[in-house]
Design a protein around this ligand. Structure first.
Ligand code: F6P
Length: 343
């Protein structure tokens, strides 16, 4: 058999671990060959591909961040218009099944392809951890570790300068990174997209800290956080060419507002793509590898329209439909746990 794979959407640590596991499992267990398409769906449409061999080069990519295949984004309309090209490119290359590694957008594309007769298995990735069918996506643990390390460092400088330091982390629609990094790093307030915030509450929490003798504060803000209506001026971002929301620097805006309202010395740090780069944590390497092994086996067995997913301790195969029906947001009880520690 001949399998194909591609990585699509924003990169994340662990993509190479999945590719390695697919190639090694396909070769070791079944003698199957694997072809990799470059730059996600775009490379598949343009037939840019390379054979991936179970050799020393593939073996060593386990530790490497990013993706050796490159990644890209494609507007859903352009993708759908390319169905016949995609089908004929796969056929010309003798591909029996495709393994698409990506986040919610990629998995929607994978489902659409499978619905249109292309055998596809999905592998959920994103640092945001917002894919519904799985308990965790790989990349999330690495992003949380990076953000937690940053918060640890901010504590000492904030304390030395009697400052409030804001750290803005990624999280377009969901606050998983902010919630976990904020909790692990002992942030004194965390703001997530799922729960619109009132800056007056943040100021109150900081004032309480200072009244109790503390002289600094750390606030962890997800980039997609929004104020409660009528509480603060904030212009929402536009949409980019792929239909994704863009951001207007909510961390800086909250920082400016706190400074104006309280007079405290405030600075903002935006972590940005640092959270997505670099080597994956051990947890993400293991999760990504387990996904890759299961995806290769499922593709070889001739399954389609399925997605590998972590359920408790086990890797399961779920319907792609379940992975893309809605985003996995932070449940309110998880945020309330964090709130118990604010101030
Ligand atoms: O979806 C993953 C993610 O890292 C989001 O957290 C973030 O908003 C977005 O990608 C950034 O995308 P780009 O790399 O295109 O700026």
């Amino acid at each position: 058999m001949r399998l194909a794979t591609l990585t699509s959407g924003g990169d994340c640590p662990g993509l190479n671990a999945v590719i390695r596991a697919i190639v090694r499992t396909a070769s070791n267990e079944f003698g199957d060959t694997v072809v990799g398409y470059e730059d996600g769906w775009v490379g598949l449409m343009e037939d840019r591909r390379r054979d991936l061999y179970d050799d020393a080069t593939i073996d060593r990519i386990l530790l490497r961040g990013g993706t050796i295949l490159g990644t890209g984004r494609l507007h859903p309309d352009k993708f759908k218009a390319g169905l016949e090209t995609i089908k004929s490119n796969l056929e010309d290359s003798g591909v029996d099944a495709l393994i698409a590694i990506g986040g919610e957008g990629t998995l929607k594309g994978a489902k659409w392809l499978a619905d249109n007769g292309v055998p596809v298995i999905g592998v959920p990735k994103t640092i945001d951890n917002d894919v519904n069918a799985t308990d965790y996506t790989f990349g999330f643990d690495t992003a949380v570790s990076v953000a937690t390390d940053a918060i640890d460092r901010l504590h000492t400088t904030a304390e030395s300068h009697n400052r409030i330091l804001i750290v803005e982390v990624m999280g377009r629609h969901v606050g998983w990174i902010a919630l976990h990094a904020g909790m692990a790093g002992g942030a004194h307030y965390t703001v997530i997209p799922e729960v619109p915030f009132d800056v007056a509450d943040i100021c109150k929490a900081m004032e309480r800290r200072f009244q109790m003798g503390e002289k600094y504060g750390i606030i962890c803000v997800a980039e997609g956080a929004l104020p409660k209506e009528g509480t603060m001026n904030f212009g929402e971002g536009e949409e980019d060419e792929f239909g994704h929301k863009t951001f207007n620097g909510i961390g800086q805006v909250i920082g400016d507002e706190i400074k104006t309202r309280t007079g405290y010395d405030v600075r903002t740090t935006v972590l940005g793509h640092i959270q997505r780069g670099g080597t994956p944590t051990a947890y993400d390497r293991v999760l990504a590898t387990r996904y890759g092994v299961s995806a290769a086996r499922a593709a070889h067995e001739g399954l389609s329209n399925k997605c590998v997913a972590l359920r408790g301790e086990d890797i399961k195969l779920v319907d792609l439909a379940d992975a893309v029906d809605e985003l996995k947001t932070v449940p309110i009880h998880r945020y309330e746990n964090a709130q118990a520690l604010f101030g």
